[in-house]
Ligand binder design. Structure first.
Ligand SMILES: *Cc1c(COP(=O)(O)O)cnc(C)c1O
Length: 399
């Protein structure tokens, strides 16, 4: 027998990644204070966090968490259907539904689990799932898990989506898209996709992990910003680990949708409920995210400042108006050199490389928080210009 050894094979794949400058490395964060993080004994300004509104260390969230942990204990001790579903969960679900202007919301332990569970519950073998090519990995994985045919269209290409739906006209269809694309920061053409889904009798699902708290009136998300209601996009998924600074996720829509997910979403049924203390912290986060508009206003001001300063310095940015502001570099090695230079200068801006992004599209992904100051942005811009120049020089020398 010549059966390959799985661990050896994994090690060989890792060695290959290292050869291509694609190796991932876990970095231990030793301390966090707002936008400052300490790594390897050095304090860095963090431009990599998804804590867009600066809520992760907010005292109101910490107090809610501790109060609920004292009342309920730390863990939920069981799945939602088996005694793990507590008052804190229901209160949070009601709050999330009201915020996103939907009938009902159902909690999941993470965004990945919400997408896997919702898509697997909605679709089966004979169906089709149409997706944007730049969708988050877990939307793609959800389609694979469901057994439906996965058809992808060129990024933001509504005509491409239409062709995919038309060529599968007899199948039940779900069109799933990120609201804000996680590695590019641009917003999906949601109004056009909603119209397309109406004419094609397809169901629109939007993953608003990066839109909730950031876009739209009261930060209610990219759908609200686009003027779309529950009837236009029946399935909304959003996470609690980004702008809300906590962790967990929910799917919101009609009662028929959330009732159905309770029955059929395997990642909701066969898993321990989110700790009730986290649900309490998330409830506190929603109140702040929804009503403290100054956080969004400041965030958008910082983004505008950054884009203006980048253009002054000849730094090319992608077409994004969200707090996700990537600087396209190209080669993975160049992106790594740029990230190292930024770190040496006191900034944490990781290199994003394939397979997270397409081959030749490695980038420095900058994200902003309402806790950054304009002075941070100004200094980052100067450091970025130096880092990009150094990455270019290093690549030229190698050629
Ligand atoms: C982060 C993210 C997820 C996953 O959410 P988690 O709660 O971190 O599992 C899903 N979709 C998108 C677009 C994301 O950015």
């Amino acid at each position: 027998m010549t059966r390959p050894d799985l661990i050896e094979r994994l090690a060989a794949a890792q060695a290959e990644r290292a050869r291509q400058d694609l190796l991932r490395r876990l970095r231990k964060v030793e301390a966090v204070d707002g936008t400052r993080i300490q790594i390897d004994g050095k304090t860095l300004v963090n431009f990599a966090s998804n804590d867009y509104l600066g809520l992760a260390q907010h005292p109101a969230l910490q107090a809610a968490l501790i109060r609920a942990a004292k009342q309920w204990g730390v863990g939920a001790t069981a799945a939602h259907l088996l005694g793990g579903h507590r008052e804190e969960h229901e209160a949070l679900e009601d709050k999330l539904a009201s915020w996103t202007r939907r009938k009902c919301a159902l909690l999941f332990s993470t965004g990945t689990m919400a997408n896997l569970g919702a898509i697997q519950a909605l679709l089966g073998d004979n169906d089709v799932c149409v997706q944007d090519k730049l969708n988050h990995a877990c939307l793609i994985d959800g389609a694979r898990l469901s057994g439906a045919a996965l058809k992808r269209y060129v990024h933001a290409d509504v005509a491409g989506a239409k062709r995919q739906l038309e060529s599968n006209a007899d199948s039940a269809a779900l069109l799933a898209t990120d609201g804000v694309f996680s590695m590019d920061g641009d917003v999906a053409p949601l109004a056009d996709l909603a119209t397309l889904c109406k004419t094609q009798q397809a169901t629109l699902m939007v993953d608003d992990a990066h839109g909730l708290g950031v876009l739209g009136a009261e930060g209610a998300g990219s759908l609200i910003e686009a003027g779309l209601q529950q009837g236009d996009a029946p399935v909304l998924m959003a996470t609690l680990g980004k702008a809300l600074g906590v962790g967990g996720a929910f799917v919101a829509g009609s009662k028929a949708l959330t009732d159905g997910l309770v029955q059929f979403a395997r990642t909701h049924i066969y898993t321990t409920a989110m700790p009730p203390a986290l649900a309490a912290a998330a409830s506190a986060a929603v109140d702040i995210a929804r009503f403290e508009d100054w956080r969004r206003a400041k965030l958008h001001r910082l983004v505008a400042h950054f884009r203006h300063g980048a253009s002054e310095r000849g730094i090319e940015l992608l077409d994004s108006r969200t707090p996700i502001q990537p600087v396209l570099i190209g080669a993975s090695r160049a992106a790594l050199i740029g990230a190292q230079r930024l770190e040496a200068d006191g900034y944490f801006v990781p290199a994003i490389r394939p397979p997270t992004v397409a081959q030749g599209k490695a980038r420095l992904r900058v994200t902003f928080s309402a806790l950054h100051e304009e002075a941070d942005v100004e200094k980052l811009l100067n450091a970025l210009a130096r880092a990009i120049a150094q990455a270019r020089r290093a690549m030229k020398k190698e050629r």
